[in-house]
Design a protein around this ligand. Sequence first.
Ligand SMILES: *Cc1c(COP(=O)(O)O)cnc(C)c1O
Length: 415
Amino acid sequence: MSEVKGMQQAAEAGSQQAPGSPAGSSLFPTYARNPVALVKGQGSWLWDEEGNKYLDFMSGLAVTNLGHAPQEIKEALVQQLDELWHVSNLFRIPGQEEAAALLTANSHADAVFFCNSGAEANEAAIKLARRYQQKVLGSGRYEIITFQQSFHGRTLATLTATGQDKVKEGFQPLPDGFKHVPLHDLEALKAAIGSQTAAIMLEMIQAEGGVNLVDPAYLKEVAALCEEHGLLLIVDEIQTGMGRTGKLFAFEHYGIEPDIFTLAKGLGSGFPVGAMLAKGKLAPAFGPGSHGSTFGGTPLACAVVKATVKAIVDSRLPERAAEMGAYLRQKLEDQLLGSSFVKEIRGRGLILGIECGAAVSELVTEAREQGLLVVTAGPNVIRLLPNLLVTQEEIDQAVGVLVSLLSRQGAAAKV
Ligand SMILES: *Cc1c(COP(=O)(O)O)cnc(C)c1O
């Protein structure tokens, strides 16, 4: 295509652009993008194409848990690039077996299915729960109960599982077999359970939904209900897993062992990969031909998973996340809880939410303009997701920016 035609098309496309899509872009306007192009990353820092530097406290949404361009992961990937990129799952893949063995050695799970994203991991979990109930137990159960404000992904089944209407608008009809109840309402949960119920699925911290922590006593009741009614307990660890909360998996804080749990974001340090893990009793439900993914668990992805899991476990990064998270939280509490604008600071380890008295999207933009990247979790919550190797100096810098922005809001609110 000639340059002139390209420009004309871009201009025409630009004139029909939905809000949020940069003029002249050939992309769907699915994201409300920041007008910033990040082109380089190292550790906790990112640089845009104009050379501006940013302190990254969102980590690509809890993905780059080891910081940007971590050396040991890069080495594992480069070594694998020299050997083999892709082979069909119709063959044994030793790297995939090793990655699975590392994950099962570091959890109560016995079996792993690799895929490419969080939504796919949850799809696999939903399919496994149904198939186990129907093929192994012969119970015919199919319904999954999930919670309001949850987030489980964007495929048809996982957006249906998600407890937020905004992800469902315009996508009807939705798949059958999902029910939502308010979190922490035990009577509503009991009332929702019936002879068709196959599983209960939840996040230990509703991350997208506002950094809402599950109450330990409530979770014990949920686990007991699963036991009593023969339901599977599915935990979505896609955002909370891989050390972020101070344990390798957030359910470890609660002393429960879910039948199924899902991973993605931090699992590949930025390489796209997801995984669904389950107790051994569920393995027969996914026999040959029952489920699959062309790209699930390629040699490249598994080289990255192995290096990532080893780095997190060997360097005790969950403990580090707990310590650094406590340091960050203390600083925020000391300097912000007096502000009339800040309602609550909550979270665990290095996933923290600052709940404010009004919408925070403009504050997030201002933070970016001052060189700090953070993200919202619902309209009123600023979510902090630094990498697990973040330093105290970096935390001090980030807190400095947040305190100056938020105390100004507090002062404005008092006027
Ligand atoms: C991000 C996320 C997902 C979806 O993951 P994708 O890789 O975007 O499909 C599902 N559940 C939770 C809790 C998440 O944070």
